[in-house]
Design a protein around this ligand. Structure first.
Ligand SMILES: [Zn+2]
Length: 513
């Protein structure tokens, strides 16, 4: 701990007081030895401890319009961050007083600061794979091609190839211009007629093709193909890196990977290299639950960045595994794993709820947090069954906003976790919030409720509500700064842009436009 003794006026600001924690530990009966600490000594001990303030924050964000998603203290102006945790939430004047020599100060200029978005249903590697192949079929000019290449370069790890094509051969590309846009990425893209192709200088050099070659013919294409990495679409570390970079650009600081492949080792390695910008809850297939059970993993196991213990199944009468569903849910649940089942439509939702209810009746009482993924098209009469079984509907307004009744679901005492199911349609939480807030008729919910579903409830859905989901002292410092106030009357939610994303107290994305 810091030895600097500071006595700063702290005002009303909520602060993580290491000093106070230390002090209170003297008062807990089990840590107090009557001989070493009698009441007579207390005044002597208290005096130095009270001047023992916490070290200055690493980062403060001031003059922000903070919506904390903490219902006990919903609004604030400023936030301080220390060691990846939120150290203070309060007024700008108060938080400014905490600044030390090393503190980075960000003046938000009134912008909206929210807890980082937590996407409760995503396919992370598929998101990364959006950048494994470029589709230039819609480019009408060289400028279009360059813009698309620049978009890829923003998210791809250095050195990763840009492959793909459907480039209209009538668009003449200047290699110099393409090189300037892609200085660190070899580019090799086919024309609509794949007998010819284009490559940038980096690709040309690695294939040792004559640099005077402008249009790649069949021979040059063959040489080029021999140097393209064979595992390009299975290079999981590179794919995950693109995904985490992309997530940061949307202010998504946590995702729950419902892809059912075990990728935790890849995410851990990426984290070890300091490249992971997204906290990940990595779910595997329900049918493999015994593998996790055998190594003692329970729902929500892991560290602050990568956790496992969730198993995902499908309710689909056409799928032979559905016959095994009840048995697998019961097995996974008794092993302490968290069970997520995909269900769309009234019959599927009702069947999964029945399966959950049976397991709840049969297995020991526990905080199991069953989830139904999508939970689209629930029969109105079945909504209360979510409340009774404490099942979390994990919903995607960007996909089902036209049908779901969010209002009735919330009014029935059911908390909804939001996600996008990217890359199905999109990944942008603001698109999802917009869809939920603009759901037709009486089905709509407020911006506050939609943001809460994308932060606090999503955290709850992965057993992390004490760690993240709101801007509260002691929680993980995951934040997103938005360009405009999406809570304002008649706000154009989709026009707001992410200004900055902070994960674990680190700025992982800044809008440089
Ligand atoms: Zn999905």
């Amino acid at each position: 701990m810091n030895s600097r003794a500071e006595t700063r006026p702290l005002g009303n600001v909520a602060i993580r007081r290491f000093g106070i924690n230390l002090l209170s530990s003297f008062f807990t009966p089990r840590s107090r030895s009557p001989r070493s600490l009698t009441l007579a000594f207390l005044p002597i001990l208290i005096a130095p401890l009270l001047s023992f303030s916490q070290p200055p924050p690493d980062l403060i964000i001031v003059n922000a319009n903070v919506r904390t998603m903490d219902k006990s203290k919903p609004r604030a102006e400023a936030v301080a961050v220390k060691d990846g945790r939120i150290a203070a939430v309060g007024k700008t004047d108060e938080v400014r007083k905490l600044v030390g020599k090393e503190t980075k100060v960000i003046d938000a200029n009134g912008k909206l600061l929210l807890p980082g978005f937590n996407d409760a249903h995503a396919h992370f590697m598929a998101i990364g794979n959006l950048f494994s192949s470029i589709d230039l079929s819609e480019a009408r000019s060289e400028a279009d091609v360059i813009a698309k290449l620049r978009h890829f370069v923003r998210f791809l790890p250095k050195g990763r190839w840009i492959l793909g094509g459907k480039l209209d051969a009538s668009i003449a590309l200047s290699r110099e211009k393409v090189d300037a846009a892609t200085p660190e990425h070899p580019v090799f893209v086919f024309h609509t007629d794949p007998k010819t192709a284009f490559a940038n200088s980096l690709a040309i050099r690695s294939a040792r093709i004559d640099s005077a070659t402008r249009l790649l013919d069949a021979n040059a294409i063959q040489v080029m193909q021999s140097v393209v990495p064979k595992d390009h679409v299975r290079d999981w570390p590179a794919i995950a890196e693109a995904a985490t970079n992309y997530a940061a650009s949307f202010g998504v600081t946590s995702i729950q990977d419902t892809h059912s492949d075990d990728m935790a080792a890849v995410y851990r390695e990426l984290h070890r290299q300091g490249k992971l910008k997204t906290r990940i809850y990595d779910c595997i297939s329900l049918s493999n639950w015994a593998k996790l059970a055998a190594i003692g993993i329970k729902g929500g196991s892991g560290d602050a960045m990568i956790r496992t213990g969730c198993v995902k199944g499908f309710y689909d009468p056409e799928d032979p595994e559905t016959a095994m569903l009840a048995k697998n849910i019961a097995g996974a649940d008794s092993a302490g794993l968290q069970v997520l089942i995909h269900a769309i439509g009234r019959e599927a939702n009702a069947a999964v709820l029945s399966a959950f209810e049976k397991v709840i009746a049969a297995n020991a009482d526990r905080d199991r947090r069953f989830r139904i993924e999508h939970a689209a098209g629930i029969a109105a009469g079945d909504i209360s069954r979510f409340a009774r079984s404490k099942t979390i509907p994990s919903m995607q307004p960007i996909l089902f906003g036209g049908e779901d009744d969010y209002r009735k679901t919330l009014d029935s005492g059911v908390s909804i976790a939001f996600g996008a199911d990217a890359p199905m349609r999109g990944f942008d939480p603001l698109e999802g919030i917009y869809a939920a807030v603009n759901a037709g008729g009486k089905r709509r919910i407020t911006v506050d409720e939609a943001v809460y579903a994308y932060t606090m409830v999503a955290a709850y859905a992965e057993f992390q509500e004490k760690e993240k989901g709101s801007i509260e002292v002691g929680k993980q410092a995951d934040l997103v700064l938005l360009s405009t106030d999406i809570f304002a009357d008649k706000a154009d939610i989709r026009a707001s842009t992410v200004w900055m994303t902070v994960v674990n107290g680190r700025i992982v994305y800044e809008n440089t436009k």
